[in-house]
Each structure stands twice: as C-alpha cells, then as structure tokens.
Design a protein around this ligand. Sequence first.
Ligand code: 13P
Ligand code: SF4
Length: 311
Amino acid sequence: MDIKESIKRLAKEKNAVILAHYYVDGAIQDIADFVGDSLALAQQAAKTNADIIVMCGVHFMGETCKILCPQKKVLIPDPNATCSLAESCPAKEFEAFVKAHPDHKVISYVNTTADIKALTDVVVTSGNARQVVEYFPKDTPIIFGPDHNLGNYINSITGRNMLLWDGACHVHEKFSVEKIVALKKQYPEAKVLVHPECRGAVVKLADKVGSTAALLKYSIESEASTFIVATESGILHEMQKRAPQKTFIPAPPDDATCSCNECNYMKLVTLEKVYNCLLNESPQVEVNEEVARRAVLPIKKMLEISEKLGL
Ligand code: 13P
Ligand code: SF4
C-alpha cells in the first residue's frame, strides 16, 4: 500500500484528524483532512471530535491544539519543527517587558510558545490581528509581540502606537525588494501578494497584504492572472491547485541561490514522519498544566472575538 493510503487508513482506524498549514510540503497538504492558516487551524482544533490531532506544522501550532484540547492526544511529526519568530521571544525577557508596563494590555501573535501566551490578554493571528486590536478602545495602551513587522503594519493601518517586541521570522524578513521590483518589471500586470510578517519596504510593494488564507482568497477571486507571492512558498501549492489557469511566481529572498523562500522548520514534516507518529502515537505535544490553564484564556478570547466578527 502506498504511504499516503497507509496514513489515511491509520488515521481512520484511530479516529485521528490530520491538520496541515499551507507552508508544509504539498504532499502533506494533499493527505490532510484540513489545510489552513493559523487562525483556521486553531478553529478546527477547537471543534474537532477526533481522539487524536496530528498537527502538520510547527511546534507552537501543536501547543495551541493541546491547550485547546487537553484531553486529546496531539501528535507532531517532528518536534524539531520550531519557529524562529516564536524563538525570538524568550519568556523571561518578555515577562520583564510586560512587568515594566503594568498598565498595558498584552496582545501576542499565535507564533509564540505557551509560556508567552500565559502572559497574554489576547492572542491574534495574521488573519484577525487588525480586528482584535481594534476591539480595544483607541486609547488602550497595548504591548504587541513578538513580530515587529506585523506590529508596525497594524500600527500603520489602525493609527495605534502599540509598544512592539523586536522579534521577526527569518523567512519573511528575507524577501528582496529589488528582486520583487525586477519581477514586477518583467510581469507588469502581476499583483504582488505580501504577508504582514514581511519588512515594511516589501509591504509597500503589495497590492494585497494578508494572512496566507487571505492571500489565497484574493488570488482566486482576483481578475488578474499572474501573482508574485511574498510569503513562504508552500502556499503556492494550494494557489495553483485552486486556480490552475493562473501563474504564481514565488518572490525570491535576498540571499537567493534559490528562487523561492522556504521555512526549513515547516519542511521538516514528511510523509514518513506523519505515518510514524500516527503509528507510534508519538511524539506527543505536552504543555505544563498550570501554563495551559492560563494560556487557554487568551486563545479562547481570540476565538470568541473572531466568531463575533464572523472571521
Ligand atoms: P498565517 O497562517 O496566519 O498566515 O501565518 C503564517 C505563519 O507564519 C505561520 O507560521
Ligand atoms: Fe515561524 Fe516563519 Fe516558519 Fe512561520 S515561516 S513557522 S513564522 S519561522
């Protein structure tokens, strides 16, 4: 039996649901029960009836599932699939930052460890950051972490002046303005799609700024036929699948020996690892009970606000 069929059979036998982020390899996206952005994955985890969740993505995504579903087994195909953005925000330093600003609300991006979420008032993803920030009265002092690019972008579109943690994603920081400008010259009709984790200079080139799901939706609905895509190149798999007649060009990084920009952590997830983790029900994601008890509150708050706003 081929490995994709074996995974599906095992998942059915064990009542497991396979969730995948748009950045994992296309072959993994193809066997997943659900593929989505960070917000949609958290929403799926919160409502699944499965006994086991296999989170094909990075570690913080597995933690979010476990925090939302403490009674379920949450499996992650490769525990080394971490996230440079989550790692750019160590809990001790962030706690000191929060303590130094006791009058501030704390809004944290979902790309954080459970320890950071436990210090947070409300979690956001790139799919709802603007709306969640605007949920607070305009004069509310806010700490936003860890992504300074996303924070700067949200400040610029909401007119806020949130205090930003200086973290970043090593993939999204790397896109080259010059190379995107050169591609735009070559394909003048192309629309430029940019994830808000990119640097401000890249965001300025965008026709559309949004989460992976928002960029996907735009590319399907737009009348344009060519798109330059400045986010992790795994998203091109679903874009090409949903709009096969259109052309998607990955925006290149600065240091390009390669024409696309991949997250080395997301690419650690392979079909073999998905099969083995399902077979052995290991590695499992565990979160300290006390940390989880606190971290679940800002995640649930995000889900409640998103539901209220129809996101
Ligand atoms: P979204 O899934 O919210 O688009 O975020 C992208 C990301 O960097 C996930 O690691
Ligand atoms: Fe983290 Fe960046 Fe990879 Fe997303 S693309 S998982 S933010 S390192």
